[in-house]
Design a protein around this ligand. Structure first.
Ligand code: S3P
Length: 187
């Protein structure tokens, strides 16, 4: 594992970007939102990428961005909710310390509905209506998140600052000192 990569994975609305920013400040690293990076490289919103290239095209861009972000150091990376779908991405996540953020479906739905970025960043992924889609995706992807995670944290009842402190306390010593000890997996 890289001494200096932390990946936040989890569904839409689980708080990945807010926690990434807070955690990075806490441990003195930089942070990157993989979705924002993708949009800046493509020069289009995620919604536009979906419209012109379909979900497959978007997933290819997502994998390319993740591969490039993995070359950096001392960085907290907020991934997109579907990052775990591809095997190559799941392999790449092993290069860092992986935190799976989760929340109950109603909380996820409430956060997604209230986020002004949703219109341009979160096109529909299934035929289900918004709230049903959230529950469906959580159910379908849970085994993938579980397979990748070093730590699992439920953000439903906690602020980003509280979650960031919990992650900082669980980071393997080697992450911030430059060593290469693997983390112990826990839930
Ligand atoms: C997606 C989640 C989004 C974004 C895209 C696809 C997904 O990221 O990557 O809309 O497949 O769940 P967030 O998890 O940051 O909303």
């Amino acid at each position: 594992m890289s001494p200096a990569l932390v990946f936040l994975i989890g569904p839409r609305g689980s708080g990945k970007s807010s926690v990434a920013a807070t955690l990075a400040e806490l441990i003195g690293w930089r942070w990157i939102d993989a979705d924002a990076e993708l949009e800046s490289r493509c020069g289009r919103s995620i919604r536009e990428v979906f419209q012109t290239e379909g979900e497959d095209g978007f997933r290819q861009h997502e994998a390319t961005v993740l591969a490039e972000l993995c070359l950096r150091e001392c960085v907290v990376i907020a991934t997109g909710g579907g990052c775990v779908l591809r095997e190559d991405n799941r392999q790449r996540l092993k290069q860092g310390f992986v935190v799976w953020l989760t929340a109950d479906p109603l909380t996820l739905w409430r956060r997604i509905s209230q986020d002004p970025l949703t219109a341009e960043r979160r096109p529909a992924l299934t035929g289900a209506d918004g709230q049903a889609e959230v529950a469906e995706l959580v159910r379908a992807r849970e085994p993938l998140y579980r397979a990748c995670a070093d730590v699992v944290l439920d953000t439903s009842e906690h602020s980003p600052a509280e979650i960031a402190r919990m992650i900082a306390a669980r980071l393997p010593q080697s992450s911030t000192t430059g060593g290469v000890d693997p983390p112990s997996r826990s839930e």
